[in-house]
Design a protein around this ligand. Structure first.
Ligand SMILES: Nc1ncnc2c1ncn2[C@@H]1O[C@H](COP(=O)(O)OP(=O)(O)OP(=O)(O)O)[C@@H](O)[C@H]1O
Length: 808
């Protein structure tokens, strides 16, 4: 029961100041809340959240009862089961959404992600099969890996289906008084903005507009009068002017961005009809804030919107109220100075103890808030969506120079719900505050893939830094939780340690090292459910990057929210008058095109980003979170090492490419030389053969014309011919008729030549080479001569002696 009481208290915010004055917002203690709940006997307590006890976020496993947890835990027990013994914690849920292929413009049509079940996906390196082994040597990731998620959404998943499964439970939580965080993580172009905000087609509204629809559908008829407004993270105070009018505050405050853009805001036809059943004893007011973390600075995206319910902010210069020249009309060409828009970075400060549970002395469990961030009351979903569109426009105006294509800032939309029991309307202490923050993180790709330089490099560095710190926070939290779990399990056979001793030895979670983690810190150390959406574009060439995204998700799934964290060590306070160095504000000119109906207009704007005020603000008289210079130095060191690693990776890649090129050209040169040598040899061989052939033909001709002496060879030949030659000579010696002796030889030779011609298929003179043609001609001549000799022989004397004489 104690845990239930705690849930109710931590999820709610109550003020103690009497009604009518602006109360210092405080939280009641757990004991107070518990007793109050008993005495009033009304369902002020939100339903306790069901704790998940296994790593896979399976809802089937029942949380073990306290009694059943008493026996010493087996060493093989899962981490989450052990952790559950200590506190009501829940691992961060990680949902994977695979982006569909968008058409022919996409680089590859073969995805490298293959879902093998609802929770497991195989990631296969597309280049592992086709590319050389060198790639695998360079790559730090496995060519094929399996990753597990709470649920995997294939490319065919539609927006309503995705919303129902991932966000609707959080919407229910927030309406019941519990806070929740949802962030979309992934590389550029993976579908984060599509998931959060949605597309332009019907039915493609993202989870943010759907959340607003469901909230307002559900609280229909349960709107509060808005006499209190939220301040800081969890505090409330009396609103100076009741915001009960359903009109948009901006409308009543004269011409504003909303008026100017009225015709640019298209009617929202995509409305989610889902309605949640709520306790009708409560009244609700909904408040919206929209901020962005850009270059390690936090900006209010509603800064130019008039909000009569909020006090004027002396520390904010804000964006000047836009005139018609701002967005609708192009500036006259004579205007040399474009309209100047200024925005000021907002400081992030720790919540005062009065905002939190006063019984808690643990300052580490207090979150941080963005000082000066506007929280605007919205009365219906359409109004909220219009405000968000204005915020997106501001994000675009100020982000134009840095990024015309993709979001390089982290956008945070916080929906705050103030709920009060109808019977306690006038008791500010009964007001409960809960928040749902949806974060569209900037693309997680690393510098080496973005070819950035100068301003873009700084920006990319800051994006990387905040995402790196987010990863480090999760890693530290996981390590701390494991340490606690081990100690609770009895360590290595030793006795179970005191939890306070264990907590003292835990590592400091580095939330304060990036603005993003500072702002989100409360969701990790406070109470609330966290959901991570991992967006992946499996057709992208960034396989390495997406592997890192997957690993990040795997890490996040092992972190439990509401984790115990270390108490940061305090450093001496900065001396009065000691200020940080003043940074020159960034001034740049941007050109933005806006659609007005069918026309698109280009407008020049000058954008000035001022640094946040370094002096303490009047909101809270509280020293900032203690700074540990060692941790700071270590972080700087890590950053330096990361840059060095990246540089050396680049260098080795360049060296490898150069060596490859060198080896290739050397090989090519050798091949060329070998080819030339072989060609030369071939030519020589051909010439030799031709000469040989010529010689043979000459000899043949000579031998046919005048054979002399018995020992003379008929023609030069190889062994076979020589044998014939000898045998013929022998025969010629034994026979008086020389002609008779030579005839078989000649016939055989003719036959051979004929066969050669046939085999080379060059019998036609046109197809013969010059040499062959000359051979043929000579043979024909020989033939003719022998024919004429034969005809002459007809008149030869008949005696042997005469015949021999004639033939010679
Ligand atoms: N599930 C989806 N169905 C259809 N189209 C999608 C889907 N997801 C993303 N897209 C489209 O893919 C493109 C890139 O998506 P989106 O702009 O949301 O990426 P991103 O991750 O937010 O990029 P960046 O980090 O640069 O802002 C857009 O044209 C978007 O409409």
């Amino acid at each position: 029961m104690a845990s239930k009481a705690k849930t109710a208290t931590r999820a709610s915010t109550r003020t103690k100041t009497p009604t009518g004055t602006v109360p210092a917002a405080t939280r009641v203690t757990r004991a107070t809340t518990a007793s109050k709940m008993k005495s009033t006997d009304v369902p002020t307590k939100p339903a306790p959240r069901k704790a998940l006890v296994n790593r896979d976020n399976s809802p089937d496993l029942k949380p073990a009862s306290k009694s059943s947890q008493k026996p010493p835990l087996a060493k093989t027990a899962s981490l989450a089961t052990i952790v559950d013994d200590d506190d009501e914690r829940e691992p961060i849920k990680a949902f994977l959404r695979i982006r569909p292929h968008l058409g022919e413009d996409e680089p590859s049509a073969t995805p490298y992600l293959d879902p093998i079940s609802d929770t497991t996906v195989r990631m296969q390196d597309p280049s592992s099969s086709s590319q050389s082994q060198a790639y695998s040597r360079m790559s730090t990731v496995n060519p094929s890996s399996l990753y597990t998620f709470s649920h995997i959404f294939p490319p065919s998943t539609q927006q309503p289906q995705f919303f129902q499964k991932t966000t609707l439970p959080l919407v229910k939580d927030v309406l019941e008084g519990q806070s929740a965080l949802l962030f979309a993580y992934g590389v550029t172009n993976s579908g984060k903005t599509y998931t959060i905000q949605g597309g332009n087609n019907e039915g493609s509204a993202g989870i943010l507009p759907r959340t607003l629809d469901v909230i307002f559908n559900s609280i229909e008829g349960l709107h509060g009068d808005g006499r209190y407004r939220p301040v800081r993270l969890q505090g409330i105070e009396l609103a100076t002017e009741p915001a009960s009018s359903p009109n948009t505050p901006a409308r009543r405050a004269g011409p504003s961005l909303a008026d100017i853009l009225e015709d640019q805001m298209t009617d929202d036809i995509d409305i989610d009809p889902t309605t949640l059943t709520l306790d009708r004893n409560y009244e609700y007011t909904i408040w919206l804030s929209y901020s962005e973390v850009y270059n390690e600075k936090v900006y209010d995206l509603f800064a130019s919107v008039d909000d009569p319910t909020s006090e004027p902010q002396p520390t904010m210069s804000g964006i000047p109220r836009p005139t018609s020249s701002f967005l609708n009309l192009p500036l006259p060409s004579s205007q040399s100075h474009p309209l100047l828009l200024t925005r000021k970075a907002l400081p992030v400060k720790p919540c005062p103890p009065s905002d939190t549970d006063s019984s808690s002395s643990d300052m580490s469990s207090t979150g941080k808030y963005i000082a000066g961030l506007r929280q605007i009351r919205v009365h219906n979903a359409a109004e909220a969506k219009t405000l968000l569109k204005l915020g997106q426009l501001h994000r675009r105006v100020f982000g134009t120079v840095a990024n015309s294509q993709s979001s390089r800032s982290h956008a945070l939309v916080t929906i705050k719900v103030l709920r009060v029991h109808r019977g306690e309307r006038n008791d500010p202490t009964s007001i409960q505050t809960s928040r749902l923050t949806l974060v569209d993180l900037a693309g997680s790709e690393r510098t080496k893939h973005t070819h950035t330089s100068g301003e873009r490099l700084r920006e990319a560095g800051n994006i990387n830094k905040s995402l790196m710190v987010l990863g480090q926070c999760m890693e530290t939290m996981r390590a701390n939780q494991r340490a606690v779990a081990r100690s609770l399990a009895g360590g290595l056979g030793s006795q179970r340690m005191d939890t306070r001793d264990v907590k003292k030895g835990l590592a400091v979670v580095p939330f304060r090292h990036s603005k993003l983690t500072e702002v989100l810190m409360d969701y990790f150390v406070g109470e609330g459910r966290a959901v991570m959406i991992v967006n992946v574009n499996p057709y992208d060439t960034g396989y390495d990057e997406n592997s890192h995204v997957m690993k990040f998700a795997a890490l996040a799934r092992e972190v439990c929210t509401t984790a115990p964290t270390a108490v940061p060590r305090a450093l001496p306070k900065a001396k009065p008058g000691q200020k940080k160095s003043i940074v020159e504000p960034q001034r740049r000119t941007v050109s933005i095109s806006l659609k007005n109906g069918k026309k698109t207009k280009e407008t020049l704007l000058e954008v000035l980003e001022e640094d946040e005020d370094q002096e303490g603000d009047t909101d809270v008289e509280l020293e900032d979170e203690p700074i540990n210079p060692l941790v700071d130095a270590l972080f700087d060191e890590i950053e330096q090492l990361r840059i060095q690693l990246f540089e050396s990776e680049m260098r080795s890649a360049i060296i490898e490419a150069e060596i490859r090129e060198e080896v290739m050209s050397e090989m090519e040169e050798r091949m060329r030389m070998m080819e030339a040598r072989h060609a030369k040899l071939l030519l020589r061989e051909v010439e030799r053969n031709e000469m040989k052939m010529d010689a043979k033909i000459d000899m043949l001709q000579k031998s046919a014309m005048k054979p002399k002496g018995t020992s003379r060879r008929v023609y030069e030949s190889e062994t076979e011919e020589e044998e014939i030659d000898i045998s013929l000579t022998m025969r010629w010696m034994s026979t008086p008729n020389l002609k008779q002796a030579v005839r078989p030889l000649r016939l055989r030779q003719k036959e051979k030549v004929y066969r050669r011609q046939q085999s080379s298929n060059l019998s036609h003179p046109a197809l013969m080479s010059t040499k062959t043609r000359s051979v043929r001609t000579r043979m024909n001549q020989c033939e003719t001569m022998s024919m004429s000799r034969r005809s002459r022989n007809v008149h030869q004397p008949r005696t042997s002696r005469q015949r021999i004489h004639r033939s010679f």
